[in-house]
Design a protein around this ligand. Structure first.
Ligand SMILES: NC(=O)C1=CN([C@@H]2O[C@H](COP(=O)(O)OP(=O)(O)OC[C@H]3O[C@@H](n4cnc5c(N)ncnc54)[C@H](OP(=O)(O)O)[C@@H]3O)[C@@H](O)[C@H]2O)C=CC1
Ligand SMILES: CC(C)CCC[C@@H](C)[C@H]1CC=C2C3=C(CC[C@@]21C)[C@@]1(C)CC[C@H](O)C(C)(C)[C@@H]1CC3
Length: 418
C-alpha cells in the first residue's frame, strides 16, 4: 500500500518490528498481571503463570456482558450534553464538535449500578470474571482495530494522522491511520479515551471492594484508599473532559490498536491492579500511614490539577486574571509559552503530579511486593517517552522559542533530577 503524500513521519516504537512485538507483549502482560495478582506469591517478575484453558477464558456470556457495557456507554454518550465543545483546528481548517457529558455518564452509570446492586445484582462476582473479561476485551480490540484500519482506507487524506500512514500494514494497524474516525457525530477515539475504560476501571475497583467486604466482613482501609484515590482521578478526568481535546492522543495520534487497546483493555484491567492485589493479599494499614498516603495523593493532585488548569486557562484565554500576570515567551506561531507559575518549575509539572499520585495509589499495598508498584513503574516509563514525543512536537512547532524555554526551565519532570 502506498503511503499518502505528505504523511511521512519518523517511525516510533521501533517501527513495524516493535509494533508487532508490542501487539503480542501488551495482551500477554495484561493476562500475566491478572494471574499474578491472584496467585499466592504475586510476583511481578516471576515466570508467567500457567494460562487457563480456552474453556476458562472464552465465554459468550462474558462477551455479551462486555458488549452490553460498551452499548450502555455509547447510549450515555449520545444523550443530550450540557455543552458541545469545538476541537482544535484540523488540516482542512474545520473544527469537530464533541459532546461534554462524560461526568453525566459517570453519574448515570453510578445510579444504574446503585439501583442494580440494591435490587440484588451480584457486582462482587465481577471480580471473578476479570480474566475472561480481559480475554474477550483483547479479542474485541483486535477486531475493532481491524475495522478502524479498513475504515481509514476510504477516509480523505486530510483526515489521516501524521504518524500512522507509513505504508507498512503492521505499523499502521498499531499506530492508527485515521485521526478522528467517526460515524456521523459519534467519535470513536474521543468516546473510547474517556468512557468505557475509565468508568469500567472504577466499576472493577468497586466490584473488588464489594467482594472484599463479602469475604472479610468489611473492606480494608487500604482498599478504601485505592478506590477513593482512583475514583477522584476518573471523576476529575470526566469533570474536565474538554481538556482531553488538546492532548496529543486526540490532536496528533491516529486511532489504531495502540490507543484502542490502551483505552479498552490496559486502563480497566491493569490500572485496577492495586485493588486486585488487595483482594487476594490483604495489607494492614494504620491510621497514621493512611493519613500520610492521603497527604501524598493530595499533593500530587494539587500539582496535577493546578498545572493542567493553568495551561488550559492560559490557552483558552491568556488575559484571564488567574494567568494574566504570569511571565511568558512569545513564539513565531502567535501562541505564547508560560515560563512562570507551574510551567516555570519544570517543563511537565502535570506529569510530576500524576506520578506522585501513582505512588500514593501503590503505597496502601505495602512494600512486601513489587506487583502493586507496576502502575508507578510503567507510568514513569510512559511519561518519559511521552515527554520526549511532546518535546519533539513542540520543537517543530515553536523552534527557537522552545529552545529558550528549555534554557529557562531546564528540568523536564522532576526539579533538579530529570
Ligand atoms: N494516567 C495515564 O495513563 C495518563 C495520564 N496522562 C496525563 O494527561 C495529562 C495531559 O498530558 P499530555 O496530553 O501528555 O500533554 P500536556 O497536557 O502536558 O500538554 C503538552 C502541550 O502543552 C503545551 N505546552 C507545553 N509547555 C507549555 C508552556 N510552557 N506553556 C504553555 N503551553 C505549553 C504544548 O502544546 P500547545 O503549545 O500546542 O498548546 C504541549 O504540546 C497530563 O496530566 C498527564 O499526566 C497522560 C498520559 C497517560
Ligand atoms: C497500551 C500502551 C502501553 C499505552 C497506552 C496508553 C494509554 C493507556 C494512555 C495514553 C493516554 C492516556 C490518557 C489517559 C488514560 C490513559 C491513556 C489512554 C487519561 C484519559 C487519564 C485521565 C487523565 O485525567 C487524562 C488527562 C484525561 C488522560 C488523557 C491521556
Amino acid at each position: 500500500m502506498a503511503s499518502p503524500q505528505g504523511l511521512k513521519a519518523p517511525l516510533e516504537f521501533g517501527g513495524p518490528l516493535g509494533a508487532a512485538a508490542l501487539m503480542l507483549l501488551l495482551p500477554a502482560t495484561t493476562l500475566h498481571l491478572l494471574l499474578a495478582a491472584r496467585s499466592g506469591p504475586a510476583r511481578l517478575l516471576g515466570p508467567p503463570a500457567r494460562l487457563p484453558g480456552l474453556s476458562e477464558l472464552w465465554s459468550p456470556a462474558v462477551l455479551l456482558l462486555l458488549l452490553t457495557w460498551l452499548g450502555l456507554q455509547a447510549a450515555l454518550y449520545l444523550l443530550p450534553a450540557r455543552k458541545v465543545a469545538e476541537g482544535l483546528e484540523l488540516k482542512d481548517k474545520s473544527h469537530l464538535r464533541y459532546p461534554i457529558n462524560g461526568f453525566q455518564a459517570l453519574m448515570l452509570t453510578a445510579l444504574l449500578v446503585g439501583l442494580g446492586v440494591s435490587g440484588g445484582l451480584p457486582l462482587g462476582a465481577l471480580s471473578e470474571m476479570l480474566l475472561p473479561l480481559a480475554f474477550v476485551a483483547i479479542l474485541t480490540t483486535f477486531i475493532f482495530s481491524f475495522l478502524l484500519y479498513m475504515k481509514a482506507q476510504v477516509a480523505p487524506t486530510s483526515g489521516l494522522a501524521p504518524g500512522g500512514n507509513s505504508g507498512n500494514l503492521i505499523y499502521d494497524f498499531f499506530m492508527g491511520r485515521e485521526l478522528n474516525p467517526r460515524i456521523g457525530s459519534f467519535d470513536f477515539k474521543y468516546f473510547c479515551e474517556l468512557r468505557p475504560g475509565l468508568i469500567g476501571w472504577v466499576l472493577i475497583n468497586l466490584a473488588l471492594l464489594i467482594q472484599e467486604a463479602e469475604l472479610r466482613g468489611s473492606p480494608s482501609l487500604a482498599m478504601w484508599l485505592v478506590n477513593g484515590f482512583q475514583l477522584l482521578y476518573v471523576g476529575d478526568a470526566l469533570w474536565y473532559e474538554e481538556a482531553v481535546l488538546t492532548t496529543m492522543d486526540i490532536t496528533h495520534d491516529g486511532f489504531g490498536f495502540m490507543l484502542a487497546f490502551g483505552d479498552l483493555v490496559w486502563v480497566p484491567f491493569t490500572y485496577s491492579l492495586q485493588a486486585q492485589f488487595l483482594l487476594y493479599h490483604p495489607q494492614p494499614l494504620g491510621l497514621p500511614g493512611a493519613l500520610l498516603i492521603c497527604l501524598i495523593n493530595a499533593v500530587g493532585y494539587y500539582i496535577f490539577r493546578g498545572a493542567n488548569s493553568q495551561k488550559n486557562t492560559f490557552r483558552k484565554n491568556p488575559s484571564d486574571p488567574s494567568v494574566a500576570g504570569l511571565e511568558t515567551i512569545p513564539t513565531a506561531t502567535g501562541k505564547r509559552l508560560l515560563v512562570s507559575g507551574w510551567w516555570g518549575m519544570v517543563r511537565h509539572p502535570n506529569y510530576l503530579g500524576d506520578l506522585i499520585m501513582a505512588l500514593a495509589w501503590s503505597l496502601p499495598c505495602g512494600v512486601s511486593h513489587l506487583l502493586p508498584y507496576f502502575y508507578f513503574l510503567y507510568f514513569a516509563a510512559l511519561l518519559v517517552h511521552r515527554e520526549a514525543r511532546d518535546e519533539l512536537q513542540c520543537l517543530q512547532k515553536y523552534g527557537r522559542a522552545w529552545h529558550e524555554y528549555c534554557q529557562r526551565v531546564p528540568y523536564r519532570i522532576v526539579p533538579y533530577i530529570y
